[in-house]
Design a protein around this ligand. Sequence first.
Ligand code: GSH
Length: 230
Amino acid sequence: MQPIQVIGYPISPYVKKVLAALNLIGVDYELDPLNPFTEKARLTPINAAGQVPVLVYDGKVITESPEICLFLHQHYPDYGLYPSKSDDIYRINKLEAFADSAMMIVFGARLLHQRVIIPTYTHEPPNHDIVHPALQTHGPQICDTLEAIAPPQGFLSPDGLSIADIMIGATLHAGLLAGFCLDENRWPLLSRYIQRILSHRAVAPIIAMEAQYPEIKQARIEFAYPFPSL
Ligand SMILES: N[C@@H](CCC(=O)N[C@@H](CS)C(=O)NCC(=O)O)C(=O)O
């Protein structure tokens, strides 16, 4: 079998999800850090949707991060990407979907995209009519929801770090890179839970790799990223 390949730059939370899943499983992979904004011509022949991540596994091309992670789980069922009990699987799937959609709209599209990606790749300023409500209203609403379900110890699944924790951590991290303030007095359980996810052995190397990108180095300084040692 040829080496597993992941296509997509690790700044994307969806790409982080797939990389962390592979790290959790413990299989080797090659990363092609293709940037979907600057390298579209190279990407569309691989994925007509023009999006990352893409997984190339034994000659098969798989797109869409939930499908990729399900595919990996089917090939490596014993590594806890999804929980072992069916009730837990349903809950974890719903929370992964919440992070993929509602959380990505706020922390990915309205914050990271506006404040870091657009200024870097188009040299346009952020749209403050989008950024301001995300920082002041939408982000805090999501954190209120998450504070009610954040586990005081461990992760959302009794089996350990799962795909839902990974995506919740990756999306909130995107918001933090763009200056969202995760106030530990207002959201104490959530703050500790997010730190546990980001420092997990499957996730921390990706955060460290991403920190080498010039736009992320700059964002960490400009928006005072709260976990500089990660
Ligand atoms: N539903 C897709 C979303 C992937 C996605 O939106 N990727 C973004 C990067 S965060 C992208 O490639 N954007 C480029 C574009 O849409 O032009 C998944 O879960 O994989």
